[in-house]
Design a protein around this ligand. Structure first.
Ligand SMILES: Cc1cc2nc3c(=O)[nH]c(=O)nc-3n(C[C@H](O)[C@H](O)[C@H](O)COP(=O)(O)OP(=O)(O)OC[C@H]3O[C@@H](n4cnc5c(N)ncnc54)[C@H](O)[C@@H]3O)c2cc1C
Length: 269
């Protein structure tokens, strides 16, 4: 069995050099690394001693360190906004022991098709902070679409604006602890006013995620009364790969039903 070298940096300044070494990868919770195997890995950079476990709520902005676990994230956001989309989404992911290990940074970097984190972060328009090859903040959707940003960079944290919005989250799974086949995230402002800046995101589809921009365009500027929820589903510009016991057509049908239910509950409920 191959021996893996471990590094335990305590200073972020040491990380870029470590990331430059061949086959060296960050280790967050290790749940994804365990599953995908260590075949192409020569060594691991343990992140637990770096100052990345923070959670800050400053001037309506939320900043979450990459080493926050799913459990810590839920507990911290719940204190500020118990109905927040991340509480609904991440709170239903995996199971308690796993949520105690899975980190925010590892989950953004890996973005598995069953992610409960990425749909909501994309809908929130979150920014990811990086060090390494790129020393920048990038939008999470851009990070998820550009593999060049993943290699050679460490995610140090993620941030987004804290806004009062109605939110809907759905994960398509056979049992509560199952991987979701896809997820639906909807964010809307209060339905008594015209809709401004709606966000509808599906993850687990072809291309890993899709912002339903045609549906968002249809919703924009309308009041709840003006929206034909059943007709809105015809704007579902998303495709799916086939999944266990599910054809692409069936998955698209299911996603349409859930988008319709989500809009119904937010606009009319
Ligand atoms: C049985 C099981 C069920 C699960 N169910 C769900 C579920 O329902 N919903 C859900 O959302 N998730 C679920 N997960 C978690 C998901 O599949 C990943 O395992 C998890 O998101 C990875 O996070 P981690 O912190 O363990 O990352 P790690 O395993 O540590 O790392 C994953 C990848 O990201 C890289 N990485 C780690 N940290 C960083 C960083 N800060 N910057 C850059 N790169 C980094 C690593 O090098 C590696 O390539 C489940 C996991 C398991 C094992």
């Amino acid at each position: 069995m191959k021996e893996l070298e471990w590094f335990f940096p305590e200073d972020l300044a040491h990380v870029p050099d470590l990331l430059g070494l061949k086959g060296m990868v960050p280790h967050g919770g290790g749940t994804g690394i365990l599953k995908s195997g260590t075949g192409r890995i020569n060594g691991l950079i343990d992140l637990s001693r770096l100052p990345l476990g923070y959670f800050r709520a400053l001037n309506s902005k939320i900043e979450i360190g990459a080493s926050q676990t799913y459990s810590e994230l839920i507990k911290n956001i719940r204190r500020i906004d118990p109905g927040h989309i991340l509480v609904k989404a991440v709170g239903g992911s995996a199971n308690t022991p796993l949520r105690n290990r899975i980190t925010v940074g590892g989950s953004i970097a890996l973005f598995p098709p069953w992610s409960d984190l990425m749909g909501p972060l994309i809908a929130l328009g979150a920014d990811v902070s990086l060090i390494g090859k790129n020393k920048n903040n990038v939008n999470v959707a851009e990070y998820a679409s550009n593999r060049d940003l993943v290699k050679g960079n460490l995610i140090t944290g993620v941030s987004f604006e804290l806004k009062s919005r109605l939110s809907y989250y759905y994960r398509e799974s056979r049992t509560s602890v199952d991987y979701p086949a896809f997820t639906v995230t909807i964010l809307l402002n209060k339905p008594d006013d015209a809709i401004v800046d709606p966000r509808v995101v599906i993850s687990g589809c072809t291309g890993r995620f899709k912002r339903l921009d045609e549906l968002e365009e249809y919703l924009k500027g309308k009041s709840a009364r003006e929206i034909d929820v059943t007709g809105a589903v015809s704007f579902l510009n998303v495709d799916f790969p086939s999944k266990k016991n599910m054809t692409p057509e069936y998955l698209k049908h299911l996603a349409g039903v859930q988008v319709e239910r989500g809009l119904e509950s937010l606009l009319k409920g």
